[in-house]
Design a protein around this ligand. Sequence first.
Ligand SMILES: Nc1ncnc2c1ncn2[C@@H]1O[C@H](COP(=O)(O)OP(=O)(O)OP(=O)(O)O)[C@@H](O)[C@H]1O
Ligand SMILES: [Mg+2]
Length: 257
Amino acid sequence: MNEILKIEKLSKYFGGVKAVHNFNLSLQEGKIHGLIGPNGAGKTTIFNLITGIYKPMDGNIIFCNQDITGKKPYSIARLGIGRTFQNIKLFANLTALQNVIIAGNQDITYNLLESFLRTVKFRKEEKSLREKAMMLLETVGLADMADKMASNLPYGHQRKLEIARALALNPRLLLLDEPAAGMNTEESKELVTFIYDIKERFNLTILIIEHHMDVISNLCDECTVLNFGETICRGCPSTVKRDRLVIEAYLGEEYVC
Ligand SMILES: Nc1ncnc2c1ncn2[C@@H]1O[C@H](COP(=O)(O)OP(=O)(O)OP(=O)(O)O)[C@@H](O)[C@H]1O
Ligand SMILES: [Mg+2]
């Protein structure tokens, strides 16, 4: 099995706050890895470092054998890393379909003049971009909402739309930041099946941040627990849930078996 992502000694401080300290990860292709831990533990900061939003103070990030440390977000996205955001980021005044079309525009090869003249090439590429966006909306169950403004979609649908936008980048690695936030038990069960299905269908490797332990337990091959920027435990979810440090720092006594 191939190592798709390797992170070595990654650190990021904000003033005196050690948001991430000496973080290491080896992620094999096709796996689902969970990042868990209390609020402020450094989970989202790790996503922001991988996707180039923050530059690390120390450490390396290797994706598909290529050093992506400190590269610009658009270059990293083009290399095949898609993500969703903890605080949903959509174009509120565009439709669901337009949101996905825009996300997929790295597939475009026509130039400004060709678009102005509406050449055959332009029309062909626009058509296939639109078809792909529709296919992705169908995949996430939003085909019948294609023409609705993103801002008018219910919260759960906006989260799914974010996933469709991330998939439009043709990612090999998908980072999901709290996709089950605000969902009830039934909805998060459905989400587990949905995430597993898209992983299989699009040959993805997934790194997921989640506070719902049932989602982590049912989905992840392995997970890492962070606390104050430090890795305190790593292993399969059932082992991690029994770890004394994890119970004390994050899960609480109700998880003691
Ligand atoms: N841009 C920033 N400027 C200053 N401090 C920051 C910034 N981003 C994150 N931090 C701090 O870094 C630490 C880690 O934050 P981060 O958002 O990564 O936590 P998290 O594990 O994702 O938490 P949550 O579960 O609440 O989303 C926190 O103390 C946070 O306040
Ligand atoms: Mg976060």
